[in-house]
Structures are given as structure tokens and as C-alpha cells.
Write a protein that binds this ligand. Structure first.
Ligand code: HEC
Ligand code: HEC
Length: 338
């Protein structure tokens, strides 16, 4: 085992021993790339049918944007594996942020949320896009006024929370709905459960490379294939500049310059284009990038080293990633309250 990985595991294991609350999702990196555990539900926001139904309506409702043109589903599209097909999604008036929309499949397993980890939980994340000027651009106090003017929503909040529409209720309801969007039962999961025919021989070879020579598990570890930590691969670094400083924006720690959260690889074959800026169109292109050892820059993660893979090894790795596609999650668009 590479010493740097070993050291990371020891430090992490100690952290888990010292902080019992870290056991749970944060410790997932020490588990193998196993089956998904049950979705963790915070005690402060238990799942109820009324809440999930309300969250679903809010998720699909364009009235959550300033000019009634954009809903959460515009960028996290159920028909596109809950992601978007463009490198960078458009918000109201075709405005663009600089980042690729991740799929919200299995998003409830992530702590923290976003490419830069700026929100810890879904509850903290959920109202962010509503107010974000390049996404839905609707100030939250205006949102609440709007919802209070729609009798169907007033009744739905009453049923879910026993209150009028509130910002906290919006966040909790959307988070509860998102926690139902879980994809498992991939060929890889079936293989783990003993069905050795579920994965092709190429995918099995790819799995061995993923865990071995290509050491992808140094970062894509745990049941969602993410250590939930931040790494610099050099994406977007050009002419001595970072197009996006990533995690550094949140921590101001120079160590985090150009670092982004390791994304999940479950369902990844369904959600091109790839990386935080959507700069790579295919899984093949991403594997080429790793084979070169990432993009050289002053903060490149020490785990990024040229891999010297053969062309068959490269295609085997892609086959393995294709075996991580689980059952599609189909949700019927709800009728919106009047
Ligand atoms: C205009 C497009 C757009 C809209 C509208 C939008 N999102 Fe996003 N969403 C994004 C982008 C881009 C990111 C990544 C941003 C980042 O990490 O900085 C993101 C990130 C997320 C994440 C984090 C996923 C992860 O892996 O960390 C969740 C969850 C999410 N959005 C849910 C929502 C919800 C709920 C709504 C509606 C209230 C919504 N989004 C509306 C584009 C959008
Ligand atoms: C040093 C940690 C690290 C290692 C090692 C690593 N990854 Fe990644 N991976 C990341 C991070 C971080 C990103 C997002 C980077 C960004 O967008 O700036 C990423 C992104 C990806 C993506 C794009 C996913 C998406 O939804 O956009 C794929 C596919 C991927 N990695 C596959 C692999 C494979 C295959 C290997 C082994 C050859 C590997 N990774 C090794 C950390 C790592």
C-alpha cells in the first residue's frame, strides 16, 4: 500500500475514534466500495409522506424562480438521470454559473454538499439555488410571500409542518424529497451480492484496476465511490491561473486551492459531460486525463501520478464505471398547487 494512503487512513480512523458523531456517513471512506447503506435521515427532519409530497411539488415548480421559468428539475432533470446534459446549466434569463450540475441521485449520502462543500446537509443546500442570481434568482422572503398566496401550498405546509409556508419548511420538504431519490441495484451491486454473471469480464478486470494499479479508490472510496474530501486534479488551470478556486473559496486555506469534492461514480455513465466545469465529454476522456496524471499545477494532489495504462486497461476501467449504473428512478411529475 502507498504510504500516503496508509497515513490518511490512520488519521481518519483516529478522527472517527475521537469523534463518535463522525461515525456515519463521514466514515464511509473506510468501507469498501460496497452496497449502499440505508439513507441516513437526520433526527431533526424525519421523513413523512406529507413532507415528501410537498418537497416534490416544490422541486418541480417553476414559480420558485423570479420569472417562473426555472425549477430544480430544469437543471437536475429526471429524464437525464437527475443531472443536466450541458457543461454548465442555464438559470433565469439564460444566465450561467461556472459549474456543471451534478446529479441529485444519492445526493443525500453526501456530507458536505456541492463541488466545494460549502453546505453541509441537504437542508442547508436546498434553498440556496432559489436565491442564487444565476439560478432561480428569487429572494427567499419573496418566495414565502408567493407561497402564502397559493392556497394549495398553504394547505400542504399545514399538512406537513402544521405551519404556514416558511423558509425552514421549504428546505426540509425539498431535502426530504431528495432523500427518496436513491439509485442502487447496479450490475456491480448484483456482483457483490454473489451474481458473478452480472458484470462482464471486462468490467471485472476494470474493477481490479480501479482498486489496484489505477488506485482510483484512493479517492473514490465507500459505497458512493467518494471519500467526500477535496482534491486538486488541475481542472481549469491554464496559463498560471485557476478558472475556479474551488474549495479555497470556502476555507481560504492555500492547501485547498483548485480542489473539488470527489464526485460519486454511481450512475456516472448516464451523466456526461464530466468534472466540475463539464470540460470532459466522455468517460474515455476522463480516463485519459488520469493516465496523464491530471493537469500539472502548483497544488496538484500528490495522489495524481501518471498511470501508464494500456488501451485495453483504459477501456476496462470505462466498462467498470458503466457497471455502476443502477435502476432508473422514475418520478411522476406532480400536479402543482393552485
Ligand atoms: C440553473 C441550474 C440549477 C438549478 C435551477 C438548480 N440547481 Fe442544483 N446545482 C446546480 C449546479 C451548477 C450545482 C453545483 C454547484 C456547486 O457545486 O457549486 C448544483 C448542486 C446541487 C446539489 C448538490 C449535489 C452534490 O452532489 O453536492 C443539490 C442537492 C442540488 N443542486 C439541488 C437543487 C435543488 C433542490 C434545486 C431547486 C431548489 C436546484 N438544485 C436548482 C444547478 C442548478
Ligand atoms: C486524487 C483523488 C482522485 C483519484 C486518485 C481519482 N479521482 Fe476521479 N475525481 C476526483 C475529483 C476531486 C474529481 C472532480 C474534479 C474536478 O471536477 O475538478 C473526480 C472526477 C472524476 C470523474 C468525473 C465524474 C463526474 O460526475 O463529473 C470520473 C469519471 C472519475 N473521477 C473517475 C476516476 C477514475 C476512473 C479514477 C482512477 C483512474 C479516478 N477517478 C481517480 C478525485 C480522484
Amino acid at each position: 500500500m502507498r504510504p500516503v494512503i496508509w497515513l490518511g487512513s490512520v488519521v481518519g480512523a483516529l478522527a472517527v475514534l475521537i469523534m463518535p458523531q463522525a461515525v456515519g456517513m463521514a466514515s464511509s471512506r473506510f468501507l469498501a466500495n460496497g452496497l449502499l447503506p440505508p439513507m441516513p435521515i437526520p433526527s431533526t427532519n424525519p421523513q413523512t409522506d406529507a413532507k415528501v409530497e410537498l418537497g416534490k411539488m416544490l422541486y418541480f415548480d417553476k414559480r420558485l424562480s423570479r420569472d417562473n421559468t426555472i425549477s430544480c428539475a430544469s437543471c437536475h432533470r429526471p429524464d437525464a438521470s437527475w443531472a443536466d446534459t450541458t457543461p454548465v446549466s442555464e438559470g433565469v434569463e439564460h444566465k450561467k454559473g461556472g459549474r456543471n450540475s451534478p446529479s441529485i441521485l444519492n445526493a443525500g449520502y453526501f456530507v458536505p454538499q456541492f463541488w466545494d462543500g460549502r453546505a453541509l446537509h441537504l437542508e442547508k443546500q436546498a434553498v440556496g439555488p432559489v436565491a442564487n442570481p444565476v439560478e432561480m434568482d428569487l429572494p427567499l422572503d419573496e418566495l414565502i410571500v408567493r407561497l402564502k398566496g397559493i392556497p394549495g401550498y398553504v394547505a400542504a405546509f399545514k399538512a406537513a409542518f402544521g405551519t404556514e409556508p416558511t423558509e425552514e419548511g421549504v428546505a426540509k420538504a425539498i431535502a426530504a424529497f431528495e432523500r427518496t431519490i436513491i439509485s442502487s441495484n447496479s450490475p456491480y451491486d448484483k456482483y457483490l451480492q454473489g451474481d458473478k454473471s452480472a458484470m462482464t469480464p471486462a468490467a471485472v478486470r476494470g474493477m481490479e484496476l480501479f482498486n489496484g494499479k489505477a488506485h482510483c479508490t484512493s479517492c473514490h472510496s465507500g459505497p458512493i465511490f467518494s471519500d467526500q474530501r477535496f482534491h486538486n486534479l488541475g481542472i481549469g488551470y491554464k496559463d498560471g491561473k485557476y478558472a475556479d478556486v474551488g474549495r479555497y473559496e470556502v476555507t481560504k486555506n492555500p492547501r485547498d486551492m483548485g480542489a473539488f469534492r470527489t464526485p460519486s461514480l454511481r450512475h456516472v455513465a448516464m451523466t456526461p459531460p464530466y468534472l466540475h466545469d463539464g470540460s470532459e465529454p466522455t468517460l474515455e476522456a476522463v480516463v485519459e486525463l488520469y493516465d496523464r496524471g491530471g493537469i500539472p499545477n502548483p497544488h496538484l494532489d500528490p495522489l495524481m501520478l501518471p498511470l501508464h495504462l494500456t488501451s485495453r486497461e483504459k477501456s476496462d476501467l470505462v466498462e467498470f464505471m458503466k457497471a455502476l449504473t443502477g435502476d432508473p428512478v422514475i418520478v411522476v411529475e406532480p400536479e402543482l398547487p393552485r
